[in-house]
Write a protein that binds this ligand. Structure first.
Ligand code: PLP
Length: 393
């Protein structure tokens, strides 16, 4: 029996046998369980949790998410509009590394909180934002790395463009610009536990503790793996109440992953088996490069139902996609039996950074998106085809 959290709600691959593959399946019962955990945090601490749409923006699930969370966080104009349209009664926050003028003007229709990445952007747009009644923030860079090994996910890496360092603040901040600010924002974590947040908060206190009492809110960004089994909730709650009591600020968190963690699958089938020397390779109808790009970008090996690490079970295969890219490899896995053409393979934790990040390289079709309702009903949400490939070219 699979005991991994990614498959807590799967009993057999045959549950998905009726679906043409490849297909994404969103597991609403898990999504709801994650949201309940986040709602419990809000209730106990008084903080507000937003959905970072960059990770999960399957808006047909927003009515469910919106029952629990305080709103959405956007990376720019389109996500802000999506959040306003699809979770209309909730807050819309936006952070972008730099706004285009036309986008900024339109954004004023959708966003409640607007966060700037630099003092020059605050100078350019702050007055316009204030006149439109928006709550304005500035992203700070606490220059405290808590991640090792993947600088592309570390906004505190040397030379990072993300956020204002204290040195730049001291050089460029003026009393007039400070007057425009309602809050500060930092985002420094990626799939991390709360002791890393606590350490970051100390750096924030050291770097910006003098200005925080002037602020109404502090947004602690995303990267908090709150819904992961074993996550240290007490330290998170301690960090939130520390910020509340030290600076009298409203605390926001904007996790993406934690909202939809383990709440989806990518269902695929084996198309062919080939060998090269000692390596047996199963070619699937799904592609790492197109349908789970973080597998290559991050990189990581996604969990696979009823499979284990290479060599652990009797039959080891490399699973790969059908595209031309030699490196379109999902990973090496072992199975208790030999794979055959037509076998259904179910990858786990596929609701996040997948449907919002996929592409049609090689003319690969976009997998349709389904949701499994809490009562078990499978509903098709999309009807992708050739036109979706063609219209972007
Ligand atoms: C500003 C900001 N907020 C929130 C998030 C969401 O992070 P996660 O999905 O890791 O929780 C990100 C991710 O890159 C981000 O850049």
């Amino acid at each position: 029996m699979e005991t991994r959290p990614a498959f807590a709600r799967v009993k057999s691959p045959e549950e998905f046998a009726s679906l043409p593959s490849p297909a994404y399946v969103l597991e609403e019962a898990q999504l709801e369980e994650n949201c309940r955990i986040l709602a419990g945090l809000m209730e106990r601490t008084g903080c507000k949790v937003l959905l970072a749409q960059k990770a999960f923006s399957n808006y047909k699930c927003y009515p469910l998410v919106g029952k629990y969370l305080a709103g959405t966080e956007a990376s720019g104009l389109f996500e802000a509009r999506l959040g306003r349209e699809e979770m209309p009664d909730k807050e819309v926050h936006v952070f972008c590394a730099a706004y285009r003028e036309a986008d900024f003007r339109e954004l004023l229709q959708y966003a409640d909180h607007i966060v700037f990445n630099s003092i020059s952007q605050l100078k350019k747009f702050g007055k316009m934002g204030k006149e439109a009644g928006k709550s304005l923030g500035l992203r700070i860079n606490p220059q405290h790395s808590t991640q090792e090994g993947h600088a592309i996910y570390d906004p505190c890496a040397p030379g990072s463009r993300m956020g204002v360092t204290r040195e730049v603040w001291d050089k460029d901040m003026t009393p007039e610009l400070l007057e425009l600010l309602d809050g500060l924002h930092f985002h420094t974590l990626c799939e991390q536990d709360s002791p890393d947040l606590a350490a970051t908060l100390e750096a924030v206190e050291k770097g910006f503790g003098d200005v925080l009492p002037r602020m109404k809110w502090l947004n602690m960004g995303g990267g908090h793996h709150i819904t992961r089994p074993g996550y240290d909730m007490a330290t998170l709650e301690g960090s939130i109440s520390k910020a509340q009591s030290l600076w009298d600020v409203e605390v926001y968190l904007e996790p993406g992953e934690a909202v939809a963690l383990n709440a989806g699958y990518l269902v695929s089938r084996v198309l062919d088996i080939v060998t090269n020397g000692d390596t047996k390779i199963a070619i699937l109808d799904t592609s790492a490069a197109c349908h789970m790009p973080d597998v290559i970008e991050m990189p990581y090996t996604p969990p696979l139902y009823q499979a284990s690490e290479p060599g652990k079970l009797q039959h080891t295969y490399r699973l790969a996609g059908p595209t031309c890219l030699a490196g379109d490899v999902i990973g090496d896995y072992s199975f208790s039996r030999e794979l055959q053409e037509g076998d259904i393979l179910v990858f786990g934790d596929m609701a996040i950074y997948t449907t919002c990040k996929n592409n049609t390289f090689n003319g690969m079709p976009l997998p349709n998106i389904y949701r499994r309702r809490v009562d078990g009903e499978l509903q098709q949400l999309t009807d992708f085809g050739y036109r979706d490939f063609k219209m972007r070219l």
